[in-house]
Design a protein around this ligand. Structure first.
Ligand code: SF4
Ligand code: SF4
Length: 355
């Protein structure tokens, strides 16, 4: 099988994706039709215009953990032997198709490495997530478009972080140089027709060197677990960093590492579905108990929980892994400009250096 380094000229990108999408479900970054400023991953269709020179507004989280999905279907049936009783018949969802996420960024992939700890690393495995994850390949691009909200280098990643990716794409002047990073990538490499020349490979090397030199963000996260606990009861501090919060939940919906969800049963007659849908810990109702008691009734307590979850509780549980990939989406999209870096940096008694 021919799996040498490959090259895709700009004007050949769609025909390459046409060939791949005959074999796999392919998701690509595109601008939404109605709101051109929103870029998100969508199933590839021939002729689509990809947006590869800009971080997406929403990452590819929904490909593996959809915003709304049926976990299973159920039917209530009368028992022929005992008509006074009903039986419940369950139907599993369809098994996932092999899928390629084309044009993700290192921070997008890092987000899945966080989600994996919760859904598929055990001891409790979410079978639906694990099956989709197993079937999903990442063709990730070296990132050269950081903005002032990005801080991936501060949380253990960076523009050339290949961890978790299967193919590595480097944009050069004439197109894209593609390398295989895992055995699972070899069939995709074989569907790409043009081998990269020495000149292409050398140009890609320069792009990667330049990107690797970038230190993206200057947030110090050492000992943030302990500092968070010391700040926990400092209401003035949380008022200062999150007093403006509207509880809108946007920060959680755009976040590659947030995974709060809600479960509901939806029925018509005797048929129904158990639905999982994204939820947000920033909503008042998220922790509202049936008694009327709410352990996190105020916006400040909910924002504090969001910071603590990502920078204190999660690393404490998962061997120091911070549940933030530094993508900056929550910072860019918060309607009142709350900056999670400010909350974390000041936990540690340092001056906030971010605008
Ligand atoms: S908390 Fe913000 S910066 Fe961190 S992963 Fe989530 S959206 Fe990105
Ligand atoms: S996006 Fe901003 S205002 Fe909305 S819930 Fe998050 S921190 Fe609060």
């Amino acid at each position: 099988m021919d799996t040498a380094i490959k090259f895709i000229a700009f004007d050949q990108l769609n025909s390459a994706l046409d060939r791949i999408s005959e074999q796999l479900d392919v998701w690509v970054p595109v601008a939404s039709k109605d709101q051109k400023r929103v870029i998100q991953f969508a199933p590839y269709r021939p002729g689509m215009t990809l947006v590869l020179d800009h971080q997406t507004t929403l990452g590819p989280k929904q490909v593996v953990l959809p915003q709304v999905e049926a976990l299973f279907r159920f039917d209530y049936r009368k028992s022929a032997d005992e008509p006074s009783r009903q039986k419940v018949q369950l139907e599993d969802p369809h098994p996932p198709a092999p899928t390629l996420i084309f044009g993700a960024r290192p921070c997008d992939v890092k987000g899945f490495l966080v989600l994996d700890q919760v859904f598929s690393a055990g001891p409790f495995v979410d079978g639906i997530y694990a099956a989709r994850r197993e079937q999903t390949l990442f063709a990730t691009m070296v990132c050269g478009q950081q903005d002032s909200a990005c801080f991936c280098s501060s949380v253990g990643s960076g523009p050339t972080d290949r961890t978790g990716s299967d193919l590595w794409i480097t944009p050069i002047a004439a197109g894209y140089v593609v390398e295989a990073l895992s055995d699972r990538a070899h069939p995709v490499m074989a569907w790409l027709q043009e081998a990269a020349t020495e000149l292409h490979v050398a140009a890609a090397g320069k792009v990667q060197e330049e990107a690797a030199r970038q230190q993206v963000g200057n947030l110090a996260v050492d000992q943030c677990q302990q500092h968070f606990l010391q700040r926990f009861a400092d209401t003035n501090y949380w008022q200062e960093v999150a007093g403006q919060c509207l509880s809108c939940g946007i920060c959680t919906f755009v976040c590659p590492t947030c995974y709060c969800f809600s479960i509901t049963d939806e029925m018509k007659d005797k048929h129904g579905e158990r639905i999982r849908s994204w939820d947000s810990c920033m909503f008042f109702t998220y922790t509202l108990e049936a008694s009327g008691h709410n352990p996190r009734p105020s916006r400040l307590e909910r924002y504090r929980n969001r910071v603590g979850h990502k920078f204190s509780y999660f690393p404490e549980k998962y061997q120091g892994l911070i549940a933030c990939c530094g993508c900056g989406r929550c910072i860019r999209n918060c309607p009142v400009s709350i900056d999670i870096r400010k909350a974390v940096q000041n936990l540690q008694g340092q001056n906030h250096a971010c605008s």
